[in-house]
Ligand binder design. Sequence first.
Ligand SMILES: Cc1ncc(COP(=O)(O)O)c(C=O)c1O
Length: 321
Amino acid sequence: MLDALPRVALLTGPTPLERMARAGAAVGHDQLWVKRDDVMSLGLGGNKLRSLEYWLGEALATGCDMLVVAGAPASNQCRLVAAAGARTGLETHVLYAGDEPETLDGNALLTQLFGARIRWLGPMSEAERGECAVRAVEELRAQGRRPYLIGDPVIAALGYVLAAEELAGQARVLDLRHVLLPGSMGPTEAGFIFGSAVVQAPWTIHLVSVEYQEDELRRRIAALLAGLRIRTGIAPPIDPMTRVLIDSGELGAGYGVATPASRAAATLFATQEALILEQTYVAKTFASLLRQVKQGSIARNEAACVLHTGGVPAIFSRETR
Ligand SMILES: Cc1ncc(COP(=O)(O)O)c(C=O)c1O
C-alpha cells in the first residue's frame, strides 16, 4: 500500500494471528484471537519495530549514518532502536533520563547488549529529555556526523497502516468484528485506524487508554491522521474515526501503574495461553477484553482480537513487572 515510501525491512513476514482457545473457554467466548506483534525475530519484537522500518527508511534516504534516541530506561523503543542499529550496522546513541543504576535489567540491559552507546542524562522531564536529544544531534552534526533523530510520530504510524492491511488479509475468513489495542502516544493507534479505514476492514477498533484521558488521546490521533493523509497521499474512503471506540476504564491510577484487573489479566493469559503481558500497555488491553466480554459490549458470537504490541522485556525489570 505504501510502496513509494522508503522502508528498511526488519520483520521477516506477517506476525502470527492465533486463536486463544483456552482463555476463551475460561471466559465463555470461543472466538478470541491475538495478533502476535510480540513475536518478531529481531530484538524480542514489539510495535516499534514496524515504526523502525520507516524511521530507518527515512534515515537512509536522507543520508544519515547513525541513530539517536532518547527515552526512559524501561523504553521498548530505545531497545528496538539499538537492535535495529545492530542489525543494520548504524551506530546508535541512546540517551536515558535518570542516573546510571548499579546494574541494568529489562530493556536497558538489552540496549547495552546490542552495543548502543548509552548516555545517562540524570533525572529530568520528558520535555527536557527531548531538548537534550536535539542538542545531542546538533553536537554530532558539528562533529561532521549525520545523525537521524528517532521519533517522528507520523513516520512511526506508517508501520501500523501496513499492519492493518496485514491483519485484514489474515482475518479474511474470520469475520473479525473487534480489534483492541493500547491507546497511548498515538502513532501505533493512528496508523492502525488509518490502515483499517483504507482497506475498509470490518472491525470496530477499541483503544484502551493507558496514558491520557479520552479528549487528549483523540486530539493526538486526529493530528496524526491528518499527517498520514499528507505523508501517504491517501484519502481513506470513510472517516477513519467512525469505527473507533475509546475505553478509559482500565487507566486506574495512570500510566505505568498496574491495576487489579491488569494483574488478573496477565495471570489468566499466562496460565491459559502462555502469553506474556507487561503491565504498562498490554495487560490493561487484555483486561479491557475480559471486562467487555463480561459486560456484553463484545458479544459472545463476535470474533475479537487483541493486538499484542510487545514490551515483553519489561517483565524482567523490577520497576515494570
Ligand atoms: C509495548 C508497547 N505497546 C504500546 C505502545 C504504545 O505505542 P504508541 O506510542 O504508538 O501509542 C508502546 C510504546 O512505547 C509499547 O512499548
